[in-house]
Write a protein that binds this ligand. Structure first.
Ligand code: NI
Ligand code: MN
Length: 226
């Protein structure tokens, strides 16, 4: 499976030929100035919660690609008010079979409001269970004991976890999270975009190595095989 990173918590994967984009936040991100959102294709867009750094380019990309947008009930209501029609709402604990495989929404300990202040419902994490790979994208979250439930669902091949601290888990927490979900390969996101979430990336990778795990930090625009 290929994963392309677009900065902050935005990335896409291709499963069964379907392009699945997560948390589109590109045009407001100076670090992602070389990414042209007009060139991003998507069949599905998964949005973990309503904060601007996860949703800024969602409407524009969804309107151009007609991707199916999946998020919480409240985020979807708001996106529909912005004009989106091809949508699918879910909530914590719910699972749904899409064309590419199953997705279960799991607990994220965070908050969720829309850019205009509208209530955004529960923030979500997503567990993807597909014929190609199984993976966990936690969204913005603290370390939670609930993560220990995920290995009961599936054996993960990799996890996408925030590591930037201040608003979410830090590196140390993400190592514990990797232990909780029984997955040794982590793609770190939600770091370095803002002053408050700047981290020492070399030390982060060393800390993961010392814990017997791998922290992958693809460059913005880079595609990695998993
Ligand atoms: Ni957030
Ligand atoms: Mn965020």
């Amino acid at each position: 499976m290929e994963l392309t990173y677009y900065g902050q918590s935005c990335f896409d994967v291709v499963i069964k030929g379907k392009k699945i984009l997560f948390d589109p936040f590109i045009t407001p991100n100076p670090l992602a100035k070389n990414i042209d959102i007009e060139k991003i294709e998507a069949d599905f867009i998964f949005v973990s919660h309503g904060h601007g750094d996860h949703i800024a380019d969602c409407v524009a990309i969804a309107q151009r690609t007609n991707a199916l947008v999946v998020s919480s009930y409240e985020v979807i209501n708001w996106l529909e008010q912005q004009g989106l029609k091809n949508t699918h709402s879910m909530n914590t604990g719910g699972c749904h079979l899409f064309e590419f495989g199953n997705v279960k929404c799991v607990v994220a300990h965070h908050s969720s409001s829309m850019p205009d202040g509208t209530y955004g419902g529960n923030p979500l994490g997503f567990v993807f269970m597909t014929e190609e790979r199984n993976f966990y994208y936690s969204g913005d979250t603290a370390l939670t004991l609930d993560m220990q439930l995920i290995p009961r669902l599936t054996n993960l091949n990799f996890s996408i976890l925030p590591i930037g601290d201040n608003y979410t888990m830090n590196v140390e927490d993400a190592i514990h999270a990797a232990e909780f979900v029984k997955c040794h390969v982590v793609i770190g996101v939600h770091y370095n975009t803002f002053e408050l979430i700047k981290i020492d990336t070399e030390k982060a990778q060393e800390d993961f190595r010392a814990a017997g795990k791998t922290l992958l930090l693809p460059a913005i625009g880079e595609t990695i095989a998993l």
